[in-house]
Structures are given as structure tokens and as C-alpha cells.
Design a protein around this ligand. Structure first.
Ligand code: 3PG
Length: 402
């Protein structure tokens, strides 16, 4: 795909109306205040690059999942425009009705276009909506890695219809980092997949089983794999209907000569509460009234050894209920071992970012993705629709579709 930096270097941004699709789908509290502006900060390099090279910037994003044609106050990007203005040190105007391009934007300014999911045809990837937007922009930039798994008008059809389409610096950095971790990784490649349910990550586990050297499973996911190995898991969170799928993944790893890592010991309790009475048990000695809530001390040491020897580490999901102090040690040990590992490390996903923040290891992880669902779909080994559209426009003279 074409990169925004290349266009900037060639002087092709000057005087152009540049439409940047960003992912400003940020968490808001009940008063509409932004609780984490990571995604806004992550978009700054692309915006600044355009401004420095004389472009007029038009920013587009979705926020939440509003009904098309019926935006409510809580769906508005107004808080994002305000925060972005603070970060850029310049006013960012917000335009409500923008699809036809009939609004003023001074040369060299930054304008926020209201929630694109309010437009009819956005979700359906409508080509007519795309053609309408394409008619008044010069360059389309996709810098929304977090939304790259969605084929919607501003992530897909518009990339195909715009006069020129390229990847922004965040999109390029994400794809470079993920490609480095999965396409040609330094070996051994260790993937850590935690979290509560196999069902939400089945395709990820299946995709990773085809390429990793070690698959570490944790959390409720590990409980289902323990059950597949014939261990009793007591009252632990697990999915009985996916025991066969877990067994199939285990067999696939074994057939490839890859390893499935499961904890040998675990922390159990009678209930999931901060004041519950905890016990350390061997993984194959769980009582009928006990639930597994973290990996145990011997497993923490063993896992740290696996990560210290890794050439590449990919991490998504916690190993236990780390929000509660008695069950945090496993995820903390994991975070610290990944931080200390000499291998190239990459992490992504909402819970994972929360754990990285809680244990203060962000600076030591080589790349932290801004993607949630997009990160997981990349791990599955699928091409993301927004990336496919950029690749289709890779040739500078590729004809646009509209
Ligand atoms: C995300 O937060 O994962 C992206 O912004 C995509 O949002 P969506 O799941 O509503 O499409």
C-alpha cells in the first residue's frame, strides 16, 4: 500500500483536502468525559504530518454503535474534537452535516466530521455514499487500525473510490509490528492467549495453532483446555461445549511439534471475591467446590522461563482475575516476564492494555496495538478488509472504483 509519509516526502499533500479515517472510538464516562485518550494521541503523528506539509485535514471516525440517521447527543464526537484541539494546540471545528462536502474548511485547518456511523450507508459499505464523499476530497488516508476489520464506507468503499488512498503512520506501524511478529517472527514464537472464554477467541486459537512454537493459554480458556485433558475443573469458568475444540487445537499443536503450555499449579477459591479463602493446588487436583482464578507459583516460574527464551511474544488476555489482588500474581508475573524478555514483544486488546497499565510495563513492551477486534482478527491470520482495500489501491495509477 501507499504510505502517507511517501506522499508527504514527494510534496503531494500541499494544498490538498486530506480525509483521514481515524479510530476515535474512545471510552467515555457517564458524563461524556473521555476516560482514555490513547487512540486520539495515536492519531496525532498522521494529523501533524499532513499539517506540516500544507494539507487541509478532514477527520472522520465512528464513536460507539449509533443508529444510522439518528445521532443522539451521546454519539457526538464533540468531546474528541475538544480533546484533539487541546493536544494540537489549535481549534478543531466539528461539522454535523458533511457528506456532500458543503461546509467551509480554511486551508491548513483541522475539521472533525461528526460520527460517520450516523450516515445512511456507512455500515453497509455503500458505494454511492463513498462516491459522494470521494467527489470533494483529494486524498484518503486510513489511520484507523482499530476499525480495519470492518468493511464500512469510510474504512473500505471510500478507500476504493477516493482519487488517491494511502495508509497513515499508525496503520502502517500496526501492520509492520504485527507482520514482524507473525509473518516472519524470530523463533521461538510464543503466543499467550488469556481471558475468560474459548468461544470469543476460538478462531484466534485455531489461527495461532498453525504458526506458533508455544501456545500459552490462561484464564477461563485454560480451564477448558484442562478439562480437555481430563482434569476436573470444579466450579471454574469453562465451556463444556468447546472441550472438543480445545482437544482439536491441542492435537494440531502436537502434530506440528509445537507445544501447548498449561499451568501445572493454580490458585483456587470457593468464590471469586477479594476476601475469598485461597488455596494453591496442582491443576489435576481441583476439588468439586473450587474454582480456578489464577495460575500458581510454580507455573509463574515456569512461564517466566518460557518467555525468557522466546524470540517473539504475542500477548492477548489475562491469566487470572487480575482486578482482584489475590488473583493478580499470575498476570503480573506474565506482564513482567514479557517486559523482561529479550524477544520482540507485541500486545493488544482491552483487558491486556488494562493489565499492562496496572503493572506498569508499557514502556518495556515493543509494540502495544490500538486494536481490539482488529488485533484479534489479525492474529487469526485473516486479511483485514480495510487493509485489503489499501492494497488494492497500492499502484499509484490504480483506477478508482466509483
Ligand atoms: C473497536 O473499538 O474495537 C473499534 O473501534 C471497532 O468498533 P466496533 O466494534 O463498534 O466496530
Amino acid at each position: 500500500f501507499i504510505r502517507l509519509e511517501d506522499l508527504a516526502r514527494d510534496g503531494r499533500l500541499r494544498g490538498q483536502r486530506v480525509f483521514i479515517r481515524a479510530d476515535f472510538n474512545v471510552p467515555l464516562d457517564s458524563d461524556g468525559r473521555i476516560t482514555d485518550d490513547t487512540r486520539i494521541r495515536a492519531a496525532l503523528p498522521g494529523i501533524r504530518l499532513c499539517l506540516e506539509h500544507g494539507a487541509t485535514v478532514l477527520l472522520s471516525s465512528h464513536l460507539g454503535r449509533p443508529q444510522e440517521g439518528a445521532l443522539h447527543a451521546q454519539d457526538s464526537l464533540a468531546p474528541v474534537a475538544a480533546r484533539l484541539g487541546e493536544l494540537l494546540g489549535t481549534a478543531v471545528a466539528l461539522v454535523g452535516d458533511w457528506v456532500g462536502g458543503a461546509f467551509g474548511a480554511a486551508a491548513g485547518s483541522v475539521t472533525m466530521l461528526e460520527n460517520c456511523r450516523g450516515n445512511r450507508g456507512e455500515k453497509a459499505d455503500d458505494a454511492r455514499l463513498a462516491a459522494c464523499i470521494a467527489s470533494w476530497i483529494d486524498i484518503y488516508v486510513n489511520d484507523a487500525f482499530g476499525t480495519a476489520h470492518r468493511a464500512e464506507c469510510t474504512t473500505h468503499a471510500l478507500a476504493l473510490a477516493a482519487p488517491l488512498a494511502c495508509a497513515g503512520p499508525l496503520m502502517a506501524a500496526e501492520l509492520d509490528a504485527l507482520g514482524r511478529a507473525l509473518a516472519a517472527p524470530a523463533r521461538p514464537l510464543v503466543a499467550v492467549v488469556g481471558g475468560s472464554k474459548v468461544s470469543t477467541k476460538l478462531a484466534v486459537l485455531e489461527g495461532l495453532a498453525e504458526r506458533v512454537d508455544v501456545l500459552v493459554v490462561g484464564g477461563g480458556i485454560a480451564n477448558t483446555f484442562l478439562a480437555a485433558q481430563g482434569c476436573a475443573v470444579g466450579t471454574s469458568l469453562h465451556e463444556a461445549g468447546l472441550i472438543d475444540a480445545a482437544a482439536r487445537i491441542s492435537r494440531r499443536l502436537a502434530a506440528r511439534g509445537a507445544r501447548l503450555w498449561l499451568p501445572d499449579d493454580v490458585v483456587t477459591a470457593d468464590r471469586c471475591a477479594a476476601d475469598a479463602r485461597i488455596t494453591v493446588r496442582a491443576s489435576d487436583a481441583i476439588g468439586a467446590d473450587e474454582m480456578i482464578l489464577d495460575i500458581g507459583p510454580a507455573s509463574r516460574v515456569a512461564l517466566s522461563g518460557v518467555l525468557a527464551a522466546a524470540g517473539t511474544v504475542v500477548w492477548n488476555g489475562p491469566l487470572g482475575v487480575f482486578e482482584l489482588a489475590p488473583f493478580a500474581a499470575g498476570t503480573q508475573a506474565l506482564a513482567e516476564a514479557i517486559a523482561a524478555s529479550p524477544g520482540y514483544s507485541i500486545a493488544g486488546g482491552g483487558d491486556t492494555l488494562a493489565a499492562i497499565g496496572a503493572f506498569g510495563v508499557g514502556a518495556q513492551i515493543d509494540y502495544i496495538s490500538t486494536g481490539g477486534g482488529a488485533f484479534l482478527e489479525f492474529l487469526e491470520g485473516r486479511e483485514l478488509p480495510a487493509v485489503a482495500a489499501l492494497r488494492a489501491r497500492a499502484h499509484p495509477h490504480s483506477r478508482r472504483i466509483a
